[in-house]
Design a protein around this ligand. Structure first.
Ligand code: MN
Length: 260
């Protein structure tokens, strides 16, 4: 009897140890959908997670909170992806003429993803729309259209006409920010594919990267470096096989492992 008991205990321990070793961190990637009825995520996000050693899982839009809660419960970190403009009523503004395509159901889905991910305290990495959405979800506002709202000769070209992985403008990073630590530098060349940008930063966040025209290109949550975001697209370079921003995805995967 004693021997059986110890055998069972040993088996349990082995299974647990093996289980922990075997389980790779799961990174949820928020999807959009299109007019042909496809749920979709750009493969650049998927490839970047794979290169960093994570397991990418696509999270399709749903309006069922219980389903969204279960999605969050089954992942170890969340990536909020790029895409449509955010409906300005989310930050108490009327739509301006240069507002582009919005996707209200996706806004609602993404905001619930953020809500439940925050409750579970899992890492969140916002990219482009994801960066803007984090800001809005926590009470910040956006420029609906940089070119018409920021009247300055200093305004840079934020919709580049260059290969998607190629950095076209500089971003100055705050020393001691997550990004400068992870990338090991305080000035980077970043790609740029946006006409909107963060205006008033949410109270819980701090700006960690700006372009020379003052546009907010990176931020992180105050006192919580597990929640951070960028306006540019590091996944384009990472997916293309470049290593410039791979360490950001490795950092996210490491956080996800800690979170398991
Ligand atoms: Mn930019």
């Amino acid at each position: 009897m004693k021997r059986l008991f110890f055998t069972l205990i040993t088996c349990c321990i082995l299974i647990t140890v093996n289980g922990q070793r075997a389980k790779l961190p799961v990174i949820g990637i928020s999807a959009t959908d299109n007019s042909e009825g496809f749920s979709q995520v750009r493969a650049t996000y998927i490839n970047s997670v794979l290169r960093a050693g994570g397991v990418p899982v696509v999270l399709p839009i749903t309006d069922n909170p219980e389903v969204i809660k279960t999605m969050i419960a089954s992942i170890d970190a969340l990536i909020l992806t790029g895409g449509e403009d955010i409906e300005p009523i989310r930050y108490s503004e009327e739509p301006l003429p240069k507002l582009e395509t919005i996707h209200p159901e996706r806004d609602e889905f993404d905001i619930l993803l953020i809500k439940y991910a925050t409750e579970r305290q899992i890492p969140i990495f916002g990219i482009c729309r994801g960066h803007q959405l984090l800001n809005v979800a926590f009470g910040g506002t956006l420029y609906q259209d940089l070119a018409t709202q920021v009247k300055s000769e200093k305004l840079l070209k934020h919709r580049q006409q260059a290969p998607i992985w190629h950095g076209t403008h500089q971003v100055a990073l705050e020393e001691n920010s997550v990004l400068s630590k992870v990338l090991g530098k305080t000035v980077i060349m970043a790609n740029s594919y946006h006409h909107q940008a963060v205006k008033d930063v949410a109270p819980d966040f701090v700006i960690t990267g700006r372009t020379s025209d003052g546009v907010v290109e990176a931020m992180e949550m105050k006192g919580n470096p597990k929640v951070f975001s960028v306006q540019f697209h590091p996944e384009n370079a990472t997916s293309h096989g470049l290593d410039d921003f791979l360490s950001i995805f490795v950092y996210l995967v490491e956080l996800a492992i800690e979170n398991q």
